[in-house]
Design a protein around this ligand. Sequence first.
Ligand SMILES: [Zn+2]
Ligand SMILES: [Zn+2]
Length: 101
Amino acid sequence: MQRHEDNGVVLLCDFCHSEWDQVKPMIEGHHGSIICLDCLKQARAGSHGGLVPFKCSMCLREPLPTKMLHWEKNGAIICGDCIKQAAKAFAKDPDTDFTDD
Ligand SMILES: [Zn+2]
Ligand SMILES: [Zn+2]
């Protein structure tokens, strides 16, 4: 997500709300939603099916089926497809030690 400040725009992870410092690995979704590597790791470890259909904050698809894996934090939700995509992208990023296994 973006936060507008007097001296410009600050990019924030939609899930943990940490600010992008130009160094921390982060990936942008289709519509300006952002997930950082720390959250992606948590999402991979903690994703699960839910009780109600949901909307993914990264790809904005809705309603996604209840049983589809997803992960939620601070009201933002990432679906299983976006978790996979983000993991691939982080694994390709030479600045991270992340591997998509
Ligand atoms: Zn985060
Ligand atoms: Zn998604």
